[in-house]
Design a protein around this ligand. Structure first.
Ligand SMILES: Cc1cc2nc3c(=O)[nH]c(=O)nc-3n(C[C@H](O)[C@H](O)[C@H](O)COP(=O)(O)OP(=O)(O)OC[C@H]3O[C@@H](n4cnc5c(N)ncnc54)[C@H](O)[C@@H]3O)c2cc1C
Length: 339
């Protein structure tokens, strides 16, 4: 019996594993393919703040940015490169240089999972009995964390809707030396051993689960190089590697962090309390000891350490999570729209 089972070993699941192991919990983490085989393995993993108008999401990402810069630098300096960042608006206005960073995406997920037991297995069966969860009729755990990104919905609840946005990035060998991260239509990393990372596309037309024809890699490369060329002239370009994957985004762009509402049971017992203007999430019924961390959009590596810390405090010490991040907000909206 494990204290916690985590399903999905991307940056979200791996960060949660790290925090829980540090808190003395026994943790098993599953991935149907491998650690960082989803969106996380594709990420350029730039650690940067959000350059946009003030708002709830910007405030969250900015806070997470400060937290994650310190987190990676202090705990994993060998997998983190601190580099100045030059943000350029679409109109060409240059922001002052600021400190930012880049994470070695797959290696970071591996390192975060170190203290947990990793199992390559797809979890398709999840049953709660006698105060604990049984996974695939084989593994048992007191708590379950679902961190499956845009790839799978293990708990089929009608209010959980995530959109997977396909992204493509490339590593490019070039004789051009770049000494900072550049962000405009795409991001270009500083040169390392003659290679720069360029990422990423936001492809709304292609989704691996619904596509009728294969993804056009060449088209993605052309788009990336064209957008990069608007910031920097790259000479003697040779593409050395392509990375592709799905980002998982929620419909209000805020991440999902916390317990999942049992929709039918909640409607059965207390529909009137749900259909009020500002429902109190405390009145909903929840899956016992089951949590979701998801919907980080294009800021997975910025948000994950910060969200994982909060989730760990919640699981271990009962510290309340922010309602603005709760998946219950989607249940409330869905329930109100139901006839
Ligand atoms: C091209 C690209 C570039 C990006 N660049 C950046 C960037 O520069 N900075 C940044 O911060 N973010 C970036 N992102 C976003 C970031 O990568 C994502 O937000 C992050 O990877 C999401 O992590 P996750 O753990 O939620 O999901 P994922 O990494 O997708 O992990 C989910 C895992 O769950 C597993 N899984 C699913 N179902 C099951 C099951 N039933 N049983 C077992 N395992 C299962 C999958 O195999 C997968 O490995 C980028 C994303 C892409 C695609």
């Amino acid at each position: 019996m494990y204290d916690v089972a985590i399903i999905g070993a991307g940056i979200n699941g791996s960060s949660v594993a790290y925090e829980l192991v540090k808190s003395g919990k026994s943790v098993i983490i599953f991935d149907k393919e491998a650690i960082a085989s989803g969106g996380s393995g594709a990420a350029g993993a730039f650690i940067s703040p959000k350059f946009s108008k003030a708002g709830e999401l910007k405030a969250l990402i900015d806070k997470a940015f400060v937290y994650s810069m310190k987190f990676y630098e202090e705990n994993f300096p060998y997998l983190f490169t601190k580099a100045p960042l030059q943000h350029i608006t679409h109109e060409g206005e240059k922001f002052p240089l600021m400190d930012a960073g880049i994470v070695s995406a797959s290696a970071m997920c591996d390192a975060l999972c170190k203290g947990a037991k990793f199992k390559q297995e797809k979890i398709s069966d999840l049953v709660y009995e006698d105060d604990y969860w049984v996974l695939n009729e084989t593994y048992s755990a007191k708590h379950v964390v679902i961190a499956t990104g845009a790839y799978e919905h293990i708990i089929k609840e009608p209010y959980i809707k995530l959109r997977g946005v396909w992204g493509h990035r490339i590593d490019v060998k070039t004789s051009t030396i770049n000494d900072k991260s550049l962000h405009q239509f795409v991001s270009i990393s500083p040169s390392k051993d003659g290679i720069v990372a360029i990422g990423a596309t936001h492809n709304l037309d292609y989704h691996p689960q619904t596509a009728t024809k294969p993804y056009d890699v060449e088209e993605g490369r052309v788009e990336l190089l064209e957008k990069a060329s608007r910031m920097l002239e790259l000479k003697d370009v040779e593409i050395v590697k392509d990375y592709m994957g799905l980002r998982s985004g929620s419909f209000d762009y805020m991440p999902l962090l916390g317990r999942l509402v049992l929709s039918q049971a909640t409607l059965g017992c207390c529909e009137r309390k749900v259909k009020v203007k500002k429902p109190d999430f405390k009145n909903f019924l929840y899956y016992p000891k089951l949590y979701m961390i998801n919907g980080n959009g294009g800021y997975g590596f910025v948000l994950a350490p910060y969200l994982a810390k909060m989730l760990c405090r919640h699981i271990v010490a009962g510290v309340k999570l922010d309602d603005a991040l709760s998946p219950a907000r989607f249940f409330a909206r869905w329930a109100k729209r139901r006839k």
